[in-house]
Design a protein around this ligand. Structure first.
Ligand code: DC
Length: 219
């Protein structure tokens, strides 16, 4: 099966780009950040202390995450409930880096991700797809952008959910999350040596998509 890995920090346009690339190529789209967000929501709901490994393991055993295509949109289902909006909340965003740094959680998510790509060609988007999950992926892209521009994008996304946050706070959030995601011990956010870098600061989503499709079609 063909895998297109798209990695990079938050708010670089990864999700939207990956989704459209998948649609255009007839591939399945998998947003792995949504999976880590789902676990984080479950941890918050169950009021679990993340240093309690037994509780985390119990939670993982009882957790069923499904990503389903619903009228062209990816719907995130947690134990049968649609949590697509809930996983984008400020609370989940503030806690997801710490939760996604836990070994047992990463092992469980990577297992699901590998199984997924066994059945279908896919565009998989995240932080460690080209480095850890599929180091042999046929195509690897690494998206990045200026922090101020990323904060503006994040602000727009939050407003769409009815949440307001000033730009300076969003810049700090992004910097904190980048630092955490890049410095964690397990599968830190880093560019795979053979990934193609795309600076999305001044690019529209259409331009990002075209760049990727062009490279894929050339091979
Ligand atoms: O892409 P996102 O902002 O929705 O991702 C949320 C968090 O999940 C991000 O801060 C780091 C984590 N993540 C990860 O550790 N590994 C992935 N493959 C995808 C996301």
């Amino acid at each position: 099966m063909i895998i297109i890995a798209i990695d990079g920090p938050a708010a670089t346009g990864k999700s939207t780009t990956a989704k459209i690339v998948a649609e255009k190529l007839g591939f399945t789209y998998l947003d792995t950040g949504a999976m880590y967000r789902c676990v984080t929501l479950a941890v918050i709901n169950a009021e679990i202390n993340i240093s309690d490994t037994d509780q985390i393991n119990n939670l993982l055993n009882d957790l069923n995450i499904d990503l389903v295509d619903y009228e062209g949109n990816l719907q995130i289902m947690m134990n049968g409930i649609d949590v697509s909006d809930d996983i984008r909340s400020v609370d989940v965003t503030d806690n997801v880096s710490a939760v996604s740094a836990l070994k047992n959680i990463r092992v469980a998510m990577v297992k699901i991700q590998r199984k997924f790509a066994y059945k279908t060609n896919c565009v998989m988007e995240g932080r460690d797809i080209g480095t850890v999950v599929f180091p042999d992926a046929k195509f690897k892209f690494y998206l990045f952008a200026n922090t101020q521009v990323r904060a503006q994008r994040r602000q727009r996304d939050l407003l769409a959910l009815g949440e307001k946050k000033p730009i300076h706070e969003l810049v700090e959030d992004i910097q904190r999350r980048d630092a955490y995601d890049s410095s964690r011990e397990l599968s830190p956010l880093t560019k795979a040596e053979d990934a193609i870098e795309i600076d999305t600061t001044d690019l529209t989503i259409d331009e990002q998509v075209s760049k990727i499709i062009e490279i894929v079609n050339k091979k």
